[in-house]
Design a protein around this ligand. Structure first.
Ligand SMILES: [Zn+2]
Ligand SMILES: [Zn+2]
Length: 269
């Protein structure tokens, strides 16, 4: 077997193992009931978006390559000898988390970005797979036009893989439909209860808990809502929207049309 196929089989096995484990946990200690229909919609949305992103990835890579060549890559060369490897890793994680936090706040504040990001928030039931539910063009555009980390840092491949793994735990696992009583540790690392507040239907939770890794950023920038031990709100857009395959591809058009219809109804009313 060639190396490429062996890697593909290994990654597929890891992916299936993680998905299967998440399902066992979600059935054993669920936060909320998620209907079969919601769960299926979520999976279809993820398959469509990941498929389109991969299809367009070569185009995004050409654009990112051109921008990085123009701006120059690896402005900051982090030391990687001995224990410096770990120091550099911490620096990259902290800077990347800050970047993710700022970008996430812009996604909620800038109408053009919210028209796309609202797709992630359209999930009515949140499960592990919701972590992959993003509007396809959103990731293509950010990959194509914002190769910020490549411009900023020159890091070895093993560190890049470690960073990806480190962010997978809080970022993807924050969507697990699993009740984990963290007590006062709820503000330490992003987790299902912290992130559920961000997806909440309640007005008091709006624009709260943006953090991808460290909730400390929300606390520092005044966007933290520290959940009470039993605070697990209902999630989704208000009013709730059902998204099929076609709508997942044309989401911003559909979303903006809905917003406009609501506004004109309010004006008439
Ligand atoms: Zn958001
Ligand atoms: Zn989310």
């Amino acid at each position: 077997m060639s190396d490429g196929i062996a890697h593909a089989v290994l990654y597929a096995a890891i992916f299936l193992g993680v998905v299967y484990t998440s399902r066992i946990l979600e059935k054993r200690w669920p936060i909320a009931e998620v209907s079969r229909g919601e769960f299926r919609d979520d999976w279809l949305a993820v398959i469509v978006s990941v498929g389109l992103e991969n299809l367009l990835a070569p185009l995004a890579a050409i654009s990112a390559g051109a921008i990085a060549t123009y701006a120059g890559v690896g402005w900051i060369k982090l030391p990687t000898e001995g224990y410096w490897w770990y120091v550099s890793l911490v620096i990259v994680v902290v800077v990347l988390d800050l970047y993710k936090y700022i970008f996430h706040r812009l996604q909620h504040a800038v109408p053009f970005l919210w028209a796309m990001h609202s797709f992630h928030h359209s999930a009515n039931g949140i499960t592990f797979i919701t972590g992959g539910r993003h509007f396809w063009l959103e990731r293509v555009l950010s990959d194509a036009f914002l190769p910020i980390m490549a411009i900023l840092f020159r890091i070895p491949p093993d560190m890049a893989i470690t960073v990806g793994f480190i962010f997978f735990i809080p970022d993807a696992c924050a969507h697990l439909n699993v009740r984990i009583p963290l007590g006062r540790f709820v503000t330490w690392v992003n987790n299902p209860q912290w992130h559920r507040i961000h997806h909440s239907v309640h007005i008091e939770h709006r624009d709260k808990n943006f953090a991808a890794f460290f909730p400390l950023l929300d606390i520092l920038f005044g966007t933290a809502w520290i959940p009470k031990p039993d605070e697990y709100p209902a999630t989704g857009l208000v009013p709730a929207e059902r998204v099929d395959i076609i709508n997942s591809v044309i989401w911003p058009i559909r979303h903006l049309r809905h917003v406009r219809q609501r506004e004109s109804r309010n004006e008439l009313g």
